[in-house]
Design a protein around this ligand. Structure first.
Ligand code: NDP
Length: 452
């Protein structure tokens, strides 16, 4: 609930202007609630309507994407790009390809991205985009034709100093390659306009691993500071089995944890003895190479149990010390948070964007669970994208170790910044408020400096 009339009014106006945009309003409410105390102490922010300006995207583009499938049928999808805030650098943020994509989801992701990018301390504004195109079951050629059509509109809105998209759900190396190829063809220039590129054409080592590894670096720091413990010897449950989940599993295991579950949108696997490097290699083969289902792990590896996800049968019922939601928004509900706490879980660290319902997040914080909010703990992906941009403009490639060590330092710094603000705001466990304030401060200062 809002504590000030001012914040309640800002949010009520936003609700009126964006009716039915559930995810966007959820993110905006969370941000407004956690910033209101800070804004009360800084009257200039109110005078200059910085919060109102911050919540309004600078530009929102929606476009038609027509492509032809392998049967020669015409297909029509909808594309989006939100350019949310450019106060501290060119817009930067991923592209999501998933049938659920709509204006609300793109705007929530864009808004979160502004704070996340600010937290990295790199000069990047916030943006996001995508389409309701479903890459599942499509051939490589279909994905290529879709990407070419998508970029034929998007190219006019982006550029290495304007807006630099990257991957997200449904967009990995294959899609970035097709998008980059089409941009290069239309513009006739080879430039760092996208990140997450292949290593042979300007990609950065460690970008693939960055979000999952970064999540574990942040979580390790939070566990040490708030609970005087670490991943070593802990049982971990991870939702999702995509890019973030796979590399979170890899790093958590390297840090001495036992990861016992992974999932996809249909169900989850439980591996009681833990997912070893060998088992994770099979997961990578299924998900990254064959683009198959997590269910297949049970038929290929002994000792793996598979369960369909239902209202009641959920991955979060699996007993664990640490939960890493790494699939999608609102996948960890209040009832899941209660189950986790009841089962003795000490930490919920977000790899996906806004995976925890707001009510559930507040419940976890109130129960002194180490709760690390996505905009801080999954910022490693975009931070490494920022490092890819630096390497592109220097025309240099850094080693894996160099990038990984910079990523580690960035994640520790993001933790320290969000922890400092959380303490100042009165609750060291409230890293959500801490991250929102730390990210907002820098953007607000730049907005004030640049005038209206
Ligand atoms: P991927 O497409 O590689 O994987 C997504 C995973 O989540 C898949 O296992 C997918 O299962 C599952 N999933 C997707 N939608 C749902 C759903 N509605 N219900 C249950 N499971 C679902 O995406 P990423 O790993 O890249 O992204 C995962 C999350 O992390 C997203 O929230 C993304 O925004 C966030 N993120 C990603 C970054 C990155 O660098 N990749 C950076 C920062 C944040 P299925 O195959 O069945 O669809």
């Amino acid at each position: 609930m809002f504590k000030t009339e001012y914040a309640a009014k800002v949010y009520a106006d936003l609700e009126k202007k964006n009716p039915g945009e559930k995810e966007f309003l959820q993110a905006a409410r969370e941000i407004t609630e956690s910033l209101e105390g800070y804004i009360e102490k800084n009257p200039k922010l109110k005078e200059q309507k910085i919060l109102e300006r911050f919540l309004e995207p600078e530009r929102f583009v929606q476009f038609k994407v027509v492509w032809v499938d392998d049967k020669g049928q015409f297909q029509v999808n909808r594309g989006y790009r939100v350019q949310y805030n450019s106060a501290i650098g060119p817009y930067k943020g991923g592209l999501r390809l998933h049938p659920s994509v709509n204006a609300s989801i793109i705007k929530f992701l864009g808004l979160e991205q502004v704070l996340k990018n600010s937290l990295t301390t790199l000069p990047m504004g916030g943006g996001k985009g995508g389409s309701d195109f479903d890459p599942k079951g499509k051939s490589d050629n279909e994905v290529m034709r879709f990407c070419q059509s998508f970029m034929t509109e998007l190219y006019r809105h982006i550029g290495p100093d304007t807006d630099v998209p990257a991957g997200d759900i449904g967009v990995g190396g294959r899609e970035i390659g097709y998008l980059f190829g089409q941009y290069k063809r239309i513009r006739d220039e080879f430039t760092g306009v996208l990140t997450g590129k292949g290593l042979t054409y300007g990609g950065s080592l460690a970008r693939t691993q960055a979000t999952g590894y970064g999540l574990c670096y942040y979580a390790e720091e939070a566990l040490k500071t708030l609970k005087n413990t670490s991943f070593a010897g802990k049982t971990v449950v991870i939702s999702g089995s995509g890019n973030v989940a796979i590399y979170a599993c890899e790093k958590a295991t390297q840090l001495g944890a036992k990861v016992v579950a992974l999932s996809d949108s249909n169900g989850y696997v439980v591996v009681k003895d833990g997912i070893t490097k060998e088992i994770l290699d099979v997961v990578k083969q299924i998900k990254e190479v064959e683009r198959g289902r997590i269910k297949e792990l049970a038929s290929r590896v002994k000792g793996v149990e598979y369960y369909e996800t239902t209202e009641k049968d959920r991955i979060w019922n699996t007993k664990c010390d640490i939960a890493l939601p790494c699939a999608t928004q609102n996948e960890l509900l209040m009832k899941d948070a209660e189950t986790l706490v009841k089962n003795g879980c000490i930490a919920v660290c977000e790899g996906a964007n806004m995976p925890t319902e707001l009510e559930a997040a507040k419940y976890l914080i109130a129960n002194k669970i180490v709760f690390t909010p996505a905009k801080a703990s999954n910022a490693g992906g975009v931070a490494t994208s920022g490092l890819e941009m630096s390497q592109n403009s220097e025309r240099l490639s850094w080693t894996f170790e160099e990038v990984d060590s910079k990523l580690h330092d960035i994640m520790v710094n993001i933790f320290n910044a969000s922890y400092k603000e959380a303490k100042e705001a009165g609750n060291p466990f409230d890293l959500l408020t801490g991250a929102n304030i730390a990210g907002f401060k820098k953007v607000a200062d730049a907005m004030i400096a640049q005038g209206i």
